[in-house]
Structures are given as structure tokens and as C-alpha cells.
Design a protein around this ligand. Structure first.
Ligand code: C2E
Ligand code: CA
Ligand code: CA
Length: 557
């Protein structure tokens, strides 16, 4: 060791001792690098973070390979060479060290070379992590969320009663885009002031990300108090918007989390639950507050898990997905007309999941595109097999509007029909009118190409509230499917029945076919038959079932 060596009157041993003393009070790491004896000393806490051999070690250059991220070794060595050769005196380099988990971590290493008679003896300096969270935010003048973390992560800390109120500006990105980042910064600062003005005694306020703030109440106040506090903040912001002559009109949403709900989950729980609750307020329409609801959160988790399982299934050849078939009958003579293909999804974890649950997940995630394509091929394959028994059998396939808007579904249908050697006139595509925006010219053109080939189009769930008679003209469907909710209402209510009767007459006068869905009882059947529908579907005739069962029940007589 060379501890007796002296730098500007202070021994290296003394410097190391000072570093040791400062170590518990610093986030950064101080080092001394003895260039003559190839010896290195760094704050002991650095060994807890990085892959260093120890806090003191020799053979520095050889040891670099252990803790410097390999692709960055050359830039480090080049820089050190310049220092040793006397080309420069200071070192200031951004490069990566390896964490104890062998992950590259960006650091900024700065140092000063101390020379004697021009010969470099030592480099002394400091290393800090470039990516470390900002501790305070000078725009809002608030402490960063890491302070809440260190406060909560203290040994044996139990979260006292009170609440977390997480606040987020609504559509802040748009404000930044329209009025510029500087203007945005000014608004953030004013918002922080509005919130600070509404703080109650003993509450803490943190900045939680770009346009979010977090009030922590550890004084036993209730969610009711939180709601009132949120309203005050909103009023204060409204006042600011007015005083600012409506230059920027903006709102704020709040998620309220009682501390009791996240007591067992620590800092991460607070962040996750409060973010979820704030986003709920945004999903509910923004400019409002929302209180944490455990059940909703669990539903959200289930949806997320379901999405993961679906993704896994997709990479696993759509394992768990199956096409069920539900028979469609001709109303006139009760003969089998065809079947609607209905998707099923089964997993070990959840058992059979209902399409009412997984179809919206597929649509929101966009996964309806690959899964819908699989379903298209699967249904046509089953249809091809059935055609060997009954060549007139129709297959009716559901297509989501997401597939229409975001994929090349019409071309895919045309290709798939050819690939599976299906006569196009035996294929029906069912499209729901809900969620349908008026189809643009391109889509209408493609639809007509599909119809030119003889593929039929059915307008699904007709009468579920979104009825838009425009579609009749624009899409020119061949079949209208009357939804079960309409059927039920019509059976119970004369007005609804008359309405349905009028619609049915109109549809027939346009030369379109009517299919009544969801017939469960003979009563319903009797009443609906008066409308002279063309096709009937419902549990009374048969529930959706797997292919083998379908063949046995409806094709083997
Ligand atoms: P939908 O297209 O309206 O399908 C008819 C739904 O009504 C099916 O529900 C069927 O099981 C049910 N149903 C049939 N007869 C009766 C009845 O007599 N009583 C009652 N209460 N219900 C009856 P399912 O299979 O649960 O599917 C629900 C929805 O999920 C479908 O409604 C459709 O919108 C969607 N879906 C199912 N498979 C697919 C698919 O492959 N692609 C797309 N995009 N959506 C699908
Ligand atoms: Ca359908
Ligand atoms: Ca339907």
C-alpha cells in the first residue's frame, strides 16, 4: 500500500478516511486513483451497486474489465491514456459500469489529475449515476417522488392512516404542443402553487412525473377529506385559468387512495394503486376524482393477466382458442341453414372465459387482428369439412370493426376463402354496427369487391341502440340480425313489437333477409315468427358447441 504518499499536504490514507466518513451521507461515489502504483480507492457504498472487486484494489487497468461495460472499455482507456500522457488534466466521461446484477448503468466520472514535476501521480474525483432520479424539480419547486420512497422505506415503518391524492393534468401533452414547453413549464409551476395553496397541515407534496403531483396525508384524514381537498384544488385551478384570461384552459384529475388499502404493499403499491385510480378518473371523463376500488383494481389485473395469456397463446399456435358453432335455421321449413362461428378461449388459470370478457380485451389490445385471422381460417376449415356432408351449408363469421379499420381484413377474407376452396356464396361476414364509424370510400369499395365475389354481409346486433339506417345504404348488407335484447323487448312490449315489425317490413321491402337471434322459448319463437323472419337462431334451436358435437347433432340425421 502507498498510504503514506502525500497530496497537497494530506496523506492518501487521510483522504480515504474522509471518504469513509462521508460515505453514509452521499449518493455519489468519491474515488482516489493512484496512477503510479496502480491502486484504486472508492466509497464503500459503490461495491453495493457495482461489480467492483472491493472498495480498494490494485491492478486497476486489468480490473476495469470486471466492472466497466465491455463496449465502453476503449473510450475509457483512450481517455486515461491522454491523462497519463499529459495531454489533459481533467477527466469527464459518460460511460457505463456494470451493476452487481451485471446490467450496464450510465455513470458520469469526473476527476482531476495531480502531477508532480509533470508526472501524473493521482486522479481524484467523483462518480455519479446519470440515470438516477431527479431529486427535486426546479420547475415546480417540489421534491421528487424518490423522497417519498426513502421516507416510506425506513426500517419498520408502518404507513400511518390518511390518504394519497395523486393529481394529473389532463391532456398536458396537447398544451405543450400547442403553447410550447416553456408555457407548459409555467402552467406546471402555477399548478404546483394552486396545489400548495390547498395543502392541509402536515401534508407532503411531491412531483410524481412530468405532469403529476402526489399529496401524502399521514395525519389520519379520510377519503371524504381527500374529495373535498380535490375540489378545492380544482376550484383553485379554475380560478387561475380565469385570471390567466383563458389563455390555456386545462383541468386536473385525481386518484384517491386510502393508506389502509396499500399498507401491505409499500412504496410500489402506493405508486401502482394511485396511478390506476387516477387513470380511472381520466377514463371516467377527466376533471374529476375517483376513489380506489379494490374490485375494479382486481378486474384491471385480471384483464392484464388475460392479455398476457392471450399473447402467450398466440405465440403458441393459438392454444386455448376454439371455434364453436351455433346452428342457424330457415324459418320457413326449419331446415339447417348454416352456423355462426363463435370464438371460445379456455386457459388452465381461468377456465372458460366468456367472449363478452375477452373480445373487448382483444379489441382494445389490437390482438383481435391475429386472433380474428386465426378464427377466419379455423371457421373456413370447419366449413370445408362440413361441405363434404352438406355443400349448401353457410358459415357465418364475426369480424370486428378493429379488423376493418386496422388490418387488411377484406383481402384476407378473399384469400382465405380461395385457400380453403370454399364457394364464396356460402360465406357470411357478420359486422356489428356499434363502434362502426361511417366506412370510408376505400372500405366501401373493398366491401363491394367482396360482395361481387358472392360473399354475403350480415349487419349484426341490429337494434342495440346504435341503429344507424345509413349503414343499410352504405354497406348494403344481405342480412339483418336482430339482437336478442330487441327480441326480448318486442315480446314484452307492444310498442317495441310494432317498431320491430315496421323495421322488419322495411328490411324485407329492401329485399334483405332478416335473422332473429336469441330465441330461447317457444313463446318467443311464436311471437317472432309473426314477423316472418328468414332465419332463426337461439338456445331453443341449439347452443354453440364444438365441431364434433355440431356434426353429430345437426348433420348426421
Ligand atoms: P354475437 O355475434 O351477437 O353472437 C351471438 C351471441 O348470442 C353468442 O354469445 C351466443 O352464444 C349468444 N346466444 C345465441 N343464442 C342465444 C340465446 O338464445 N340466448 C342467449 N341469452 N344468448 C344466445 P357468445 O358466444 O358469448 O358471444 C358473444 C359475442 O362475442 C358475440 O355476439 C360477438 O359479438 C362476439 N364474438 C364471438 N365470437 C367472435 C369472433 O370470432 N369474432 C368477433 N369479432 N367477435 C366474436
Ligand atoms: Ca354475430
Ligand atoms: Ca348478434
Amino acid at each position: 500500500m502507498h498510504m503514506a504518499d502525500v497530496i497537497n499536504g494530506v496523506t492518501v490514507a487521510q483522504i480515504c478516511e474522509i471518504i469513509n466518513l462521508l460515505n453514509p451521507c452521499m449518493d455519489d461515489y468519491v474515488y482516489v486513483y493512484d496512477l503510479v502504483n496502480d491502486f484504486y480507492y472508492i466509497s464503500p457504498s459503490a461495491t453495493e451497486r457495482f461489480c467492483l472487486p472491493a472498495s480498494t484494489f490494485n491492478d486497476v487497468v486489468a480490473n476495469h474489465a470486471k466492472f466497466v461495460y465491455e463496449p465502453d472499455l476503449t473510450i475509457l482507456q483512450d481517455d486515461l491514456a491522454e491523462l497519463v500522457e499529459g495531454k489533459k488534466d481533467s477527466h469527464n466521461l459518460h460511460y457505463r459500469w456494470l451493476s452487481v446484477n451485471h446490467e450496464p448503468i450510465w455513470i458520469n466520472c469526473r476527476g482531476q489529475v495531480i502531477r508532480q514535476d509533470g508526472k501524473p501521480l493521482y486522479m481524484i474525483g467523483c462518480i455519479n449515476e446519470t440515470g438516477k432520479r431527479q431529486q427535486a424539480d426546479n420547475v415546480s419547486g417540489l421534491l421528487g417522488i424518490s423522497h417519498l420512497k426513502s421516507f416510506i422505506s425506513k426500517d419498520n415503518f408502518t404507513l400511518p392512516d390518511g390518504y394519497i391524492l395523486r393529481l394529473g393534468l389532463d391532456d398536458f401533452k396537447e398544451i405543450n404542443e400547442k403553447l410550447g414547453i416553456e408555457y407548459g413549464d409555467m402552467l406546471l409551476k402555477r399548478t404546483a402553487e394552486c396545489i400548495t395553496g390547498c395543502l392541509l397541515p402536515d401534508q407532503r407534496l411531491y412531483r410524481a412525473g412530468s405532469d403529476e403531483f402526489l399529496i401524502a396525508d399521514f395525519s389520519g384524514r379520510t377519503v371524504h377529506d381527500a374529495t373535498t381537498q380535490y375540489k378545492h384544488i380544482r376550484q383553485s385551478i379554475d380560478q387561475f385559468v380565469e385570471d390567466n384570461n383563458y389563455e390555456a384552459v386545462f383541468t386536473i384529475s385525481g386518484g384517491i387512495l386510502p393508506n389502509a388499502a396499500c399498507r401491505d404493499y409499500g412504496f410500489n403499491g402506493i405508486m401502482k394503486f394511485s396511478e390506476f385510480t387516477m387513470n380511472e378518473a381520466k377514463r371516467d371523463g377527466k376533471n374529476r376524482s375517483c376513489i380506489f376500488d379494490q374490485q375494479k383494481y382486481e378486474k384491471f389485473l385480471r384483464r392484464r393477466r388475460l392479455t398476457q395469456l392471450i399473447r402467450k397463446s398466440i405465440t403458441n399456435n393459438f392454444e386455448g382458442f376454439e371455434a364453436y358453432l351455433q346452428p342457424l335455421f330457415c324459418a320457413e321449413d326449419n331446415s339447417l341453414y348454416g352456423a355462426e362461428a363463435l370464438m371460445r378461449f379456455k386457459t388452465e388459470e381461468f377456465g372458460m372465459v366468456s367472449p363478452g370478457e375477452f373480445i373487448p380485451v382483444l379489441e382494445e389490445s389490437g390482438l383481435i387482428i391475429p386472433v380474428g385471422k386465426w378464427m377466419l381460417h379455423e371457421s373456413l376449415e370447419l366449413c370445408n369439412k362440413i361441405h363434404k356432408i352438406n355443400p349448401h351449408f353457410r358459415i357465418s363469421i364475426n369480424i370486428s370493426y378493429i379488423q376493418v379499420l386496422k388490418s387488411n381484413i377484406i383481402a384476407e377474407i378473399l384469400t382465405a376463402v380461395t385457400e380453403h376452396s370454399i364457394v364464396p356464396s356460402t360465406v357470411i361476414i357478420e359486422l356489428t354496427e356499434s363502434g362502426l364509424v361511417a366506412p370510408d370510400a376505400r372500405v366501401t369499395k373493398l366491401w363491394s369487391r367482396m360482395k361481387d365475389k358472392g360473399i354475403k354481409l350480415a349487419l349484426d346486433d341490429f337494434g342495440t341502440g346504435y341503429s344507424n339506417f345509413h349503414y343499410l345504404n352504405e354497406l348494403k348488407p344481405d342480412i339483418i340480425k336482430i339482437d336478442r335484447t330487441f327480441t326480448v323487448k318486442a315480446v314484452q312490449n307492444e310498442y317495441e313489437y310494432n317498431l320491430l315489425s315496421l323495421i322488419s317490413n322495411m328490411v324485407h321491402s329492401m329485399n334483405l333477409k332478416v335473422c332473429v337471434e336469441g330465441i330461447e322459448t317457444t313463446d318467443e319463437l311464436g311471437k317472432m315468427k309473426e314477423l316472418l323472419p328468414d332465419y332463426c337462431q337461439g338456445y331453443l334451436f341449439g347452443k354453440p358447441c364444438p365441431y364434433d358435437e355440431f356434426v353429430e347433432k345437426y348433420l348426421c340425421s
